[in-house]
Design a binder for this molecule. Structure first.
Ligand code: NAD
Length: 328
């Protein structure tokens, strides 16, 4: 009878690193009279060696295992980010054993779990510190060790973690440069329109997107990268001289992987020299879409297409007014 009232609790976090605040929360949860099991979800599990996530999921698991020694059982589960809040909770549910309560002080996590009908409890705030503060202390050579349990100190010393944190925090972070392409294609047997590819990988897996990809600095021009990516992703050969600059897209957060800046180009049907549309290795599918049937695209690619169509409409109006016709 009593067993029936007992609950499993989930505490999800990044633990970059696992500190005394996290430890006190985990210990307090395990003291709760109605909780008989704790599941510690190690979030953002796919990330490491970057500014916000310097430590791997395995290293974080080791920090916790060596620091937390409760009487009641607990389990650790690694949970990847999905970068799509509408799918994250079901992804957590699939990754973890069943749980009844969620402990979190993170407003977004609270909102998502409450939206799914879970009871959400705030963690006790007995030790005021954040992992961001600890990483800053490591960077500045301040006394960080007093804010973390000995298990975390030991793991960080073993992996030379302070050096790693310092190497990942840079004063002027470099952007990652990519290029995207609006290809206006009219050789399709059924229709003409914009070439899109369906993404095979995260982020935005299964979303349609403009063809494009990473620029390789020191090896090519950005225009050459655009031509190369078009060939790799669509099999189309694009004339480099037919590339027109659409814009530079640098909105923070436009790509969940980091500070991505895209230099976007457009090309006319006459810029497509040859080739039959065929999805490349990075794409699940390829398609040609007219303006009226464009889907919701990955990243900020809908904005790019809005800019493209606006530019094309302006050109068309101008050329009609001037009595000439211009192809885009
Ligand atoms: P965190 O490591 O900062 O904190 C873990 C928990 O401990 C949080 O509930 C926090 O409120 C609590 N805490 C932190 N310091 C404390 C202190 N001093 N005293 C008491 N409690 C303290 O982790 P987080 O940012 O909350 O982790 C959420 C995870 O969920 C992240 O990995 C995030 O990426 C993931 N997430 C992913 C998606 C998605 O992919 N769509 C959406 C939402 C959240």
């Amino acid at each position: 009878m009593r067993r029936k009232e007992m609950k499993s609790a989930l505490l999800a976090g990044r633990y970059q690193p696992f500190h005394l605040g996290h430890l006190s929360v985990a210990e307090d949860i395990l003291q709760e009279p109605d909780v008989d099991k704790l599941i510690i979800g190690i979030g953002s599990a796919q990330y490491s060696h970057n500014e916000k996530n310097p430590f791997t999921a395995d290293e974080r698991e080791r920090m916790i295992r060596r620091s937390l020694h409760p009487e009641k059982p607990y389990e650790m589960i690694k949970i990847d980010d999905t970068h799509d809040n509408s799918t994250w909770i079901s992804h957590v549910e699939k990754s973890c054993p069943a749980f009844d309560i969620v402990y979190t002080g993170n407003p977004l996590v609270k909102q998502l779990f409450e939206g799914r009908g879970y009871e959400v409890r705030p963690p006790s705030l007995r030790y005021v510190i954040s992992a961001t503060d600890i990483r800053k202390m490591m960077m500045l050579g301040d006394e960080w060790k007093k804010h973390v349990p000995q298990g975390t100190v030991d793991v960080i010393d073993e992996i030379d973690g302070v050096r790693r944190v310092r190497e990942t925090i840079v004063k002027y972070p470099r952007p990652i440069l990519v290029t995207d392409l609006v290809i206006n294609y009219n050789n399709h047997p059924e229709k003409s329109g914009i070439v899109l590819i369906k993404r095979k990988d995260e982020p935005f897996i299964n979303f349609w997107a403009l063809p494009g990809g990473h620029f390789m600095p020191g090896k090519e021009l950005i225009e050459t990268a655009a031509v190369r990516e078009a060939k790799e992703e669509t099999s189309l050969c694009i004339e480099r001289t037919s590339l027109n600059l659409l814009g530079v897209y640098s909105e923070p957060g436009r790509d969940p992987r980091g500070n991505y800046v895209s230099i976007a180009y457009y090309t006319t049907p006459y810029g497509v020299r040859r080739g039959v549309l065929k999805a490349g290795d990075d794409a699940k599918e390829i398609g040609v879409f007219n303006r009226e049937e464009l889907p919701r695209l990955a990243f900020d690619h809908n904005n790019m297409l809005d800019d493209y169509f606006r530019m094309r409409d302006e050109d068309l109006n101008r050329s009609i007014n001037e009595g000439r016709f211009l192809w885009r």
